[in-house]
Design a protein around this ligand. Structure first.
Ligand SMILES: [Zn+2]
Length: 76
Protein backbone atom coordinates (compact mmCIF):
# COMPACT_ATOMS: atom_id res chain seq x y z
CA UNK A 1 0.00 0.00 0.00
CA UNK A 2 0.97 3.64 -0.37
CA UNK A 3 1.51 6.11 2.43
CA UNK A 4 -1.71 8.07 3.15
CA UNK A 5 0.35 11.15 3.99
CA UNK A 6 2.87 11.41 1.14
CA UNK A 7 2.10 8.51 -1.23
CA UNK A 8 5.52 7.08 -0.56
CA UNK A 9 6.31 3.41 -0.40
CA UNK A 10 5.46 1.59 2.83
CA UNK A 11 7.45 -1.34 4.10
CA UNK A 12 6.75 -3.95 6.72
CA UNK A 13 8.45 -3.05 9.95
CA UNK A 14 7.75 -2.64 13.63
CA UNK A 15 6.88 0.23 15.90
CA UNK A 16 6.53 1.01 19.59
CA UNK A 17 3.18 2.08 21.01
CA UNK A 18 2.95 3.91 24.33
CA UNK A 19 -0.40 3.67 26.12
CA UNK A 20 -1.54 5.81 29.00
CA UNK A 21 -4.08 3.76 30.88
CA UNK A 22 -5.34 6.47 33.14
CA UNK A 23 -3.55 8.17 35.98
CA UNK A 24 0.08 7.23 36.36
CA UNK A 25 -0.27 4.14 34.25
CA UNK A 26 2.00 3.81 31.28
CA UNK A 27 2.42 0.68 29.26
CA UNK A 28 4.70 0.56 26.25
CA UNK A 29 4.11 -2.15 23.69
CA UNK A 30 7.21 -2.98 21.70
CA UNK A 31 7.78 -4.72 18.38
CA UNK A 32 4.29 -4.08 17.06
CA UNK A 33 4.13 -5.09 13.38
CA UNK A 34 3.37 -2.05 11.24
CA UNK A 35 3.77 -0.63 7.78
CA UNK A 36 6.28 2.21 7.87
CA UNK A 37 6.67 4.82 5.12
CA UNK A 38 10.25 4.89 3.88
CA UNK A 39 9.79 8.53 2.87
CA UNK A 40 8.14 10.31 5.81
CA UNK A 41 8.04 7.69 8.55
CA UNK A 42 4.26 7.53 8.73
CA UNK A 43 3.16 4.36 10.53
CA UNK A 44 0.12 2.31 9.61
CA UNK A 45 -1.10 -0.47 11.89
CA UNK A 46 -3.65 -3.00 10.75
CA UNK A 47 -6.86 -3.30 12.75
CA UNK A 48 -6.17 -6.98 13.42
CA UNK A 49 -2.89 -5.98 15.04
CA UNK A 50 -4.54 -3.25 17.10
CA UNK A 51 -7.11 -5.76 18.37
CA UNK A 52 -4.30 -7.95 19.67
CA UNK A 53 -2.66 -4.97 21.34
CA UNK A 54 -5.97 -4.15 23.05
CA UNK A 55 -6.28 -7.72 24.30
CA UNK A 56 -2.76 -7.53 25.63
CA UNK A 57 -3.50 -4.26 27.43
CA UNK A 58 -6.65 -5.70 29.00
CA UNK A 59 -4.65 -8.59 30.39
CA UNK A 60 -2.07 -6.18 31.75
CA UNK A 61 -4.71 -4.02 33.42
CA UNK A 62 -6.22 -7.03 35.15
CA UNK A 63 -2.81 -8.09 36.40
CA UNK A 64 -2.47 -4.73 38.16
CA UNK A 65 0.68 -3.72 36.32
CA UNK A 66 0.97 0.06 36.15
CA UNK A 67 4.15 0.68 34.26
CA UNK A 68 6.30 -1.32 31.98
CA UNK A 69 7.24 -2.68 28.64
CA UNK A 70 5.48 -5.46 26.79
CA UNK A 71 6.40 -7.44 23.74
CA UNK A 72 3.72 -7.65 21.08
CA UNK A 73 4.75 -11.28 20.48
CA UNK A 74 3.34 -12.17 23.89
CA UNK A 75 -0.17 -11.53 22.53
CA UNK A 76 0.22 -13.06 19.10
ZN1 LIG B 1 4.89 8.95 3.80
Amino acid sequence: MKCPACRGKMEQGTTTLPYELGRGKLIVVQDVPALVCIQCGEVFIESVTLKKVETLLNTVEKSGMTMGFLEYRAAA
